[in-house]
Design a protein around this ligand. Structure first.
Ligand SMILES: NC(=O)C1=CN([C@@H]2O[C@H](COP(=O)(O)OP(=O)(O)OC[C@H]3O[C@@H](n4cnc5c(N)ncnc54)[C@H](OP(=O)(O)O)[C@@H]3O)[C@@H](O)[C@H]2O)C=CC1
Ligand SMILES: O=C(O)C1=N[C@H](C(=O)O)C[C@H](O)C1
Length: 234
């Protein structure tokens, strides 16, 4: 039985992870300071720093699912990986990680005349936009195109925004109801479109991925890992 310390146990993802642990029977969820061998974090950027510090103090590997982290927090993760194993992914599902792989490939093969737009929809409670997954898919597209996402993205068009910038990757976010997570990457050129998408039907897929990631990570050496490593997609 593997003891997993869970940050955010009372939240939507925390509940889904506890359900997954109960269904599996080979892991038990404990408080992060109560004898865990690996940690999982699904909380908020506002409390993330303290949780990373706790993982470092206890010298425990940590799976980070929280999205909306700042570039300073990403740098703090990079620094922590000198001492502990950290797996950070904006989306723990097999399907989305496969989609990221396909998007990188499509962006590399379809030339700059194909405009790239990424649309996402989530439940009414979600606080960050674009979603972490949309940004991850944007980075995959930018990697495929060999461009820098930060210098080539268009977000939140409104009013007399003018025509789209050539080569930009566009983002659109919808919020409503109980949608677990939908992402669509659209490659559009004159006369045709290619669309690669994913629909999460419930949080169970993220929870399954997070627990599988924790079991995979617990015996790894210090370093930074992604779901692509767990799923053999790297
Ligand atoms: N990587 C992935 O596959 C996925 C990532 N996510 C991401 O995971 C994160 C959590 O999502 P979700 O579970 O829906 O969010 P919830 O709001 O349902 O849960 C967040 C949890 O964090 C705790 N928390 C948040 N802020 C504070 C604070 N200031 N002090 C103490 N506790 C705090 C909450 O405690 P309390 O309830 O007491 O407020 C709650 O337990 C988000 O960033 C989301 O984008 C979500 C799904 C999949
Ligand atoms: O907040 C959510 O719910 C989700 N967040 C992640 C994201 O920001 O991409 C993953 C998933 O889409 C659900």
């Amino acid at each position: 039985m593997t003891a997993i310390g869970l940050f955010g146990a009372g939240g939507r993802m925390g509940q889904a992870i506890r359900a997954e642990a109960n269904a599996r029977g080979d892991v038990t969820i404990v408080a992060p300071d109560a004898g865990a061998v690996v940690l999982i974090d699904f909380t908020s950027p506002t409390i993330f720093d303290a949780q990373l510090a706790q993982a470092l103090r206890a010298s425990l590997p940590i799976v980070v699912g929280t999205t909306g982290l700042s570039s300073e927090q990403q740098t703090a993760i990079d620094e922590a990986t000198a001492e502990i194993a950290v797996l950070e992914s904006a989306n723990m599902s097999l399907g989305v990680n496969l989609v990221a792989h396909l998007v990188r490939e499509a962006a590399a093969r379809l030339g700059p005349n194909w405009d790239i737009e990424i649309a996402e929809m989530h439940h009414r409670h979600k606080v960050d936009a674009p979603s972490g997954t949309a940004l991850m898919l944007g980075r995959a597209a930018a990697d495929g195109r060999k461009i820098d996402l930060d210098a080539n993205s268009e977000r939140g068009r409104d009013g007399n925004a003018g025509p789209r910038e050539a080569g930009a990757i566009g983002f659109a976010s919808l919020r409503g109801g109980s949608v677990a997570g939908e992402h669509q990457v659209i490659f559009a050129t004159e006369g045709e479109r290619v669309e690669i998408g994913h629909r999460a039907e419930s949080r169970a897929i993220f929870a399954k991925g997070a627990v599988a990631a924790a079991l995979w990570l617990k015996d790894r050496p210090a370093g930074r890992y992604t779901m692509a490593d767990v799923l053999g997609l790297s």
